[in-house]
Ligand binder design. Structure first.
Ligand SMILES: Cc1cc2nc3c(=O)[nH]c(=O)nc-3n(C[C@H](O)[C@H](O)[C@H](O)COP(=O)(O)OP(=O)(O)OC[C@H]3O[C@@H](n4cnc5c(N)ncnc54)[C@H](O)[C@@H]3O)c2cc1C
Length: 460
């Protein structure tokens, strides 16, 4: 427990009102969106300037106090649970868009800027920031970089890492480390920005992030293809890619998900379809028309019972809102929602879906599967009740098996949600003892006292 004198030192840096010590505040920052037990921090600290941020990190290090950075707490892997106590470092007051440069196509932001707000500001200038996690209305850019967040447009446009040109971050001593640049090319020194991406707050605390912007596509066309069989839908994903068409979005929803989304949103999804694919192509208007036509033909050939195209922007928005509602819709079904993001090479999607359905049957569980089928990133979602010990034991076994299948297909434990606390125990299965030893050596070198988000990714 930090002494009163130490609390006063934090108050001297950020002001009394930004050291949050009440019972309610401490509990509010004890959990995130992962299905893990909460851990209550000593208190939370909310810096409002870069200078304060650096001083807070330094003070934590000087006192060996664990520090868990937190954007909006929407991560799904326990990244913001203050596992070893200490303080939660809130970034939500560091929320300035410092610069949007229309000439050189980049922006500089503080870490607490909300993703959708940033994308909207950029769009006002006629530019485009493609990474669009389903949580974008709430998540922060700092959290996105620290998790290397993906989203619905990952297939064509890539994920957060593809837009990070630089990260200025505070090291554990509160010194500002500069990496990357505002230029398209930069090979000056080690690529430390890349090291910060997906580091989950374990290697530094971001102060400012330089993000790449691109021109927006001139046109788009959204479609919904209906299938009476999930296998046909997953085979269609492979067929579209094999035809050398790269839609910006290619999402799959199975029957369980379709029905729960429909209950929630009343978007008009076809309840009797065994699967739907939501597909959007974008680019030059001529190319969009040609690709949309080809996509419809492929869907029909691979067994779609119907393909509906969004007639206007309102219909298009309705489709994407329905897709974005998938997780909240599934989460309404039962008290506990275990959402996984094991990811496989695209060609293995049909086999992966088959395996998930067999696992659901074997463990007598309800699993709804949806996700970014176009990039192999599925979200099998188990609806259960953690208080039912027998059921939850079966859930844990099912998750183990899902990971085993994904790894047997040369897939990965996490396509976008990170390792955090939730998946640390499986890390060696995918990588190797040497990989973990290397990561631990790196961590020890930059954070000898182990105060930066301890316990995440590599355990400890
Ligand atoms: C409904 C829903 C839908 C989602 N959809 C998607 C999706 O489509 N794609 C996807 O990838 N994820 C998705 N997620 C997961 C989540 O939104 C992302 O991981 C997001 O990037 C987290 O952002 P955040 O601001 O909430 O970060 P937090 O959860 O607050 O933090 C995430 C990690 O970032 C670290 N961190 C935060 N700020 C800093 C900083 N300044 N310096 C260093 N480290 C920092 C934290 O310590 C933590 O390890 C979804 C979550 C929900 C609840």
């Amino acid at each position: 427990m930090p002494s009163n004198a130490l609390i006063k030192e934090f108050q001297a840096i950020v002001g009394k009102e930004n050291v949050l010590e009440s019972e309610a505040d401490r509990h509010s920052y004890s959990y995130d969106s992962a299905v893990l037990d909460p851990v209550v921090p000593e208190f939370a600290v909310r810096p409002t300037t870069s200078e304060e941020l650096g001083k807070v990190v330094r003070l934590c290090n000087e006192n060996g106090l664990p520090v868990t950075p937190r954007g909006s707490g929407t991560n799904l892997s326990g990244g913001t649970i203050p596992h070893k106590g200490g303080i939660v470092l809130l970034t939500n007051a560091l929320n300035k868009i410092v610069e949007i440069n229309e000439e050189d196509l980049y922006a500089v932001v503080q870490p607490g800027v909300v993703t959708a707000k940033f994308a909207a500001e950029v769009a006002k200038r006629g530019l485009f920031y493609p990474p669009d996690p389903g949580s974008q209305a709430v998540s922060t850019l700092g959290g996105n970089v620290a998790e290397n967040a993906g989203g619905l447009r990952g297939l064509k446009y890539g994920v957060t890492k593809d837009y990070v040109m630089g990260v200025d971050f505070f090291d554990v001593n509160g010194e500002l480390v500069k990496s990357g640049s505002r230029t398209v090319k930069c090979v000056t020194g080690l690529n430390l920005s890349a090291l910060q991406v997906a580091s989950e707050g374990t290697l530094g605390v971001f102060n400012e992030i330089i993000l790449k912007l691109v021109p927006p596509p001139a046109a788009n066309k959204a479609m919904m293809a209906l299938f009476d069989d999930v296998d046909k839908a997953s085979a269609t994903v492979a067929a579209i890619i094999a035809a050398k068409i790269v839609p910006c979005t290619l999402e799959l929803l199975d029957n369980v998900t379709i029905n729960l989304v429909e209950d929630f949103t009343k978007a008009g999804l076809p309840r009797d379809a065994q699967a739907i694919l939501l597909i959007e192509v974008d680019g030059h208007p001529g190319q969009v028309a040609e690709e949309a036509e080809k996509v419809v033909a492929i869907c029909k050939k691979t067994g779609a019972t119907d393909v509906k195209a969004a007639k206007d922007e309102a219909e298009r928005n309705k489709l994407w809102e329905a897709r974005r509602a998938a997780l909240p819709a599934l989460a309404r079904a039962k008290p506990t929602t275990v959402l996984e993001d094991a990811t496989v090479p695209r060609s293995k999607i049909p086999a992966m879906i088959k395996a998930i359905n067999a696992i659901a049957k074997k463990y007598d569980l309800t699993i709804g599967t949806f996700g970014h089928a176009g990039d192999g990133n599925l979200h099998p979602t188990i609806m259960c009740d953690k208080r039912d010990k027998n059921e939850f034991h079966r859930v844990e076994e099912a998750v183990d098996e899902i990971f085993d299948v994904a790894l047997s297909f040369k897939g990965t434990l996490s396509g976008e949600h990170g390792i955090g606390l939730a998946k640390a125990k499986w890390l060696e299965k995918e990588t190797s003892a040497a990989t973990i030893a290397y990561a631990k050596a790196l961590k020890k070198a930059v954070d000898p006292k182990g105060i930066l988000n301890p316990g995440k990714i590599i355990g400890g």
